[in-house]
Design a binder for this molecule. Sequence first.
Ligand code: BEZ
Length: 211
Amino acid sequence: MSIRLGDTAPDFQAETSQGPIQFHQWLNNSWAILFSHPADFTPVCTTELGTVARLKPEFDKRGVKVIALSVDPVASHLEWIKDINETQNTTVNYPIIADPVFEVSKLYGFVHPNASDKFTVRSVAIIGPDKKIKLLITYPASTGRNFNEILRVIDSLQLTANYSVATPANWEHGDDVVVIPAIKTEDIPAKFPKGFKEIKPYLRITPQPNI
Ligand code: BEZ
């Protein structure tokens, strides 16, 4: 049974490249991403972990903790981190969970046996400060993830958690947003003083309210 959106992120104890953690304690009411990758010492994963290390200031700016996972042991992670730092010109600055018996991977549905029963797939979970799962995406082993897209979704989630808006297709921070259907059109001016445009009664556009 794997997790779904709105579920509480399962708690677990694990060894990581930065020492043991109890996951809920580590989360500590913060936003977080947990991302799995197939295996240490593999080319696409090496670029992914380097990319996330370079993007860490962007996650920090948004108050998002970062943690990776693969089914290799800590000793392997520590050796591989040296390669990542060397080849990707970065410093891996977040923990990597060691999950050699698939305990965490199974809790989160990161093993897809018909794709591979030996490795985790390339999944990302975004977890909110309420410890609920806000997003799950799974990529094939052959396709490295776009972590700018993960940051874009975090921007959307953090905005829509605080305002009665949703973000349209391909939205980026700073673009106009849509007012959610639960808000009556006559109530929009009081809630959205920057103005709005009614394209259809169900499609009302307003400038991003928090900038
Ligand atoms: C990789 O990370 O490069 C990779 C891992 C498993 C299968 C294919 C590629």
